[in-house]
Design a protein around this ligand. Structure first.
Ligand SMILES: Cc1cc2nc3c(=O)[nH]c(=O)nc-3n(C[C@H](O)[C@H](O)[C@H](O)COP(=O)(O)OP(=O)(O)OC[C@H]3O[C@@H](n4cnc5c(N)ncnc54)[C@H](O)[C@@H]3O)c2cc1C
Length: 450
């Protein structure tokens, strides 16, 4: 606490990452300004600064727990705001490519489903309520300001309400402005640093989402349904989530130029084309509310800020600025919030000056990002995906398929698999000898059948 008390911080962006970062800093900094280019609406509706906000946003348990650690009582707030609680697996219909339908086990994992705007509104309300945090809306940051030697970030320049530039100084600037990391990459280039190394796994992922009133005949064994694509040939997915207001949020996902239509008939047709008829059946009598929303994501990109030799002092990246993941794995909010928890832990543990804090934070990023990134590596199993294939890719894909196969019928593996996909445990847990042996047996079984 003492090391940073009295210092001021600026956080760029009031998305989930920026808000979580502000919450992480709050006990340790005198004043935190969050600069947001949008005027986020009071109501839980999507806004232009987050163009993907209409799309399905699964709140993984990893996100839920990280946000609760930063904002105690977050889950109760979410429920009070209308989020729908459900039991992971037990309340789900899940059907995976090559594996088929999963047995709905009760694995003791309680989750919430809500629209992204509602999740963000709940987090924003809590963060705005912190005494030393101020969210300034309509403040588009144009540049990170640096020392003349380029060895420190000193503040930011943003456009004021009348468009005139405003400069603000801070001891620490956190860039949580989202996908691409443009502001930080521009600052690093301007201060003479080499372009950042990045790893990309390129595949076009097209989302179309509709909101539906839940039909009266919707007495089903499941609360949510997920039909999941898988390499090499099954490229279409569909997800149905119950959200606030007694509605279903339904997303269709296509890859490699197969874009789900944004009209009702075309959307239903795409749903009919999924491997399982469950979503099409459910939607037959459901009435859409408003327009369908589309978004196209380019895959996954990890910008390796952790490899910078001499990062300028007084600056940290966070959230999608560092890594944007293939959205189908639902990881972005969890990773951003876990990075913020990491920042809080370093501050709580008394990380020395800001340079030490920065070094420790950047060094710890791969341990947070790599477990999530391992899911994107599976995308390389689609022949059309662009990216460097690890030499053991085929083995990895067989291993992943065997985990799913086993998890579909075995409570213990199902629970572990869900803990891994919810970013509560790293995928390395499956390397324990007792699991390896069982997974190996299933791999042999699958090979014999192939
Ligand atoms: C289609 C899609 C579906 C997704 N589904 C899921 C999911 O199921 N689960 C999940 O956990 N994640 C999902 N994600 C990822 C998730 O949206 C993000 O990873 C997560 O919100 C963390 O993002 P962030 O806060 O870093 O960035 P963002 O959410 O993009 O927020 C950035 C903020 O910065 C503001 N901003 C940008 N530039 C400036 C500037 N110059 N000055 C001031 N403010 C600025 C923006 O207005 C915005 O408020 C999905 C993403 C996409 C694209």
């Amino acid at each position: 606490m003492a090391a940073h008390a009295g210092k001021t911080a600026i956080v760029i962006g009031a998305g989930i990452g920026g808000l979580a970062a502000a919450a992480a800093l709050a006990p340790h900094f005198a004043a935190i300004l969050v600069l947001e280019r949008d005027h986020p609406p009071q109501k839980a509706i999507a806004r232009s600064g987050v163009p993907h906000g209409n799309q399905a946003h699964v709140l993984l348990l990893g996100a839920q727990q990280a946000l609760s650690a930063l904002l105690p009582g977050f889950e109760a707030d979410l429920e009070a705001a209308g989020a729908v609680s459900f039991r992971q697996s037990a309340d789900g219909f899940m059907d995976f490519a090559r594996i088929g339908k999963m047995t709905p086990f009760d694995i003791g994992m309680n989750c919430y489903a809500a629209s992204r705007p509602l999740i963000e509104a709940v987090v924003r309300r809590r963060v705005a309520g912190l005494a030393n945090v101020t969210i300034i809306e309509g403040a588009r940051v144009e540049a990170l300001l640096t020392s003349s030697a380029g060895d420190a970030v000193l503040g930011v320049r943003h456009a004021g309400p009348d468009g005139a530039p405003v400069t603000l100084a801070a001891d620490l600037v956190i860039d949580a402005a989202g996908r691409n990391g443009t502001l930080s990459r521009e600052m690093l280039a301007r201060t003479g640093r080499e372009p950042l190394a990045a790893t990309a796994i390129g595949m076009e992922i097209a989302y179309t989402t509709g909101i539906f009133a839940i039909p009266d005949d919707a007495a089903r064994a499941w609360k949510y349904a997920y039909v999941v694509a898988g390499p090499p040939a099954d490229t279409r997915s569909g997800l149905l989530l119950p959200i606030e207001g007694g509605r279903w949020l339904v997303t269709m996902v296509g890859r490699f130029g197969d874009r789900p239509p944004a009209d009702h008939a075309g959307f239903l047709d795409f749903a009919r084309g999924l491997r399982s008829p469950v979503l099409h059946e459910a939607l037959k009598t459901a009435v859409p509310e408003g327009k369908f929303a589309r978004f196209i994501a380019p895959g996954s990109t990890w910008r390796h800020f952790e490899r910078l030799d001499d990062p300028p002092r007084g600056w940290l990246p966070l959230g999608d600025t560092i890594c944007d993941f293939n959205p189908v794995y639902g990881q972005g909010m969890a990773v951003a919030a876990q990075e913020a928890v990491w920042l809080r832990r370093l501050l709580d543990d008394g990380a020395g000056d800001l340079a030490e804090l920065q070094a420790a934070f950047l060094k710890g990023l791969p341990a947070i990002i790599a477990p999530a990134w391992s899911a994107s590596i599976n995308d390389l199993g689609f022949p059309q995906t662009i990216g460097e294939r690890p030499p053991d890719l085929a083995e990895r894909l067989r291993f992943a398929a065997a985990i799913m196969m086993l998890g579909a019928r075995d409570w213990e593996i199902c629970r572990l698999w869900m803990e891994v996909t919810n970013l509560l445990k790293p995928p390395t847990v499956f390397q324990a000898p007792e699991f390896r042996a069982r997974i190996g047996a299933v791999m042999a079984e699958m090979a014999a059948r192939a």
